[in-house]
Design a protein around this ligand. Structure first.
Ligand code: ZN
Length: 142
């Protein structure tokens, strides 16, 4: 399934090739202090591939906090956060926001809240390696 997503002004867009075809898509409402403030709901397919396209790189800011092992990619024009990345052992992993989806039937989403605040850094990184999208590319389109 090819999932298209973007921020509100289209500066950041993504194409997630979800393989194999999903019967449902987990949607994790993250309860961390940052996601609670902007309503972050994330998903990932560890066997899928993701291409993130940015039109205007200066209008993307990256935000990190806590262990500073993940970067939230914030469109500074419209304020939407479509993607989070984490670089682990030289490889870039990512999750995407289901709120940024353009072409997915909401009935496919299995929503649940998720709390990772009790994890230590090592547990957090190994979970990302298992669960996050492991094939991630960024491209600038302008
Ligand atoms: Zn935007």
């Amino acid at each position: 399934m090819l999932i298209a997503g973007r921020c509100h002004c289209c500066n950041i867009s993504f194409a997630l090739d979800w393989r194999p075809e999903p019967s449902e898509i987990p949607a994790r409402a993250c309860t961390c202090s940052f996601c609670a403030k902007h309503g972050g709901v994330w998903t990932s397919c560890p066997t899928g591939s993701l291409i993130v396209s940015v039109k205007d790189r200066p209008r993307v800011s990256t935000y990190a906090f806590g262990t500073k092992t993940a970067e939230f990619h914030v469109c500074t024009a419209c304020g939407v956060v479509p993607v989070v990345t984490s670089r682990i052992d030289g490889r870039l992993y990512a999750v995407v926001s289901v709120n940024a989806f353009e072409n997915v039937d909401p009935a496919l989403l299995r929503r649940a809240s998720a709390s990772f605040e009790r994890e230590n850094e090592q547990a957090r990184l190994s979970r990302r390696k298992r669960n996050w999208i492991a094939d991630v590319q960024f491209e600038t389109t302008s």
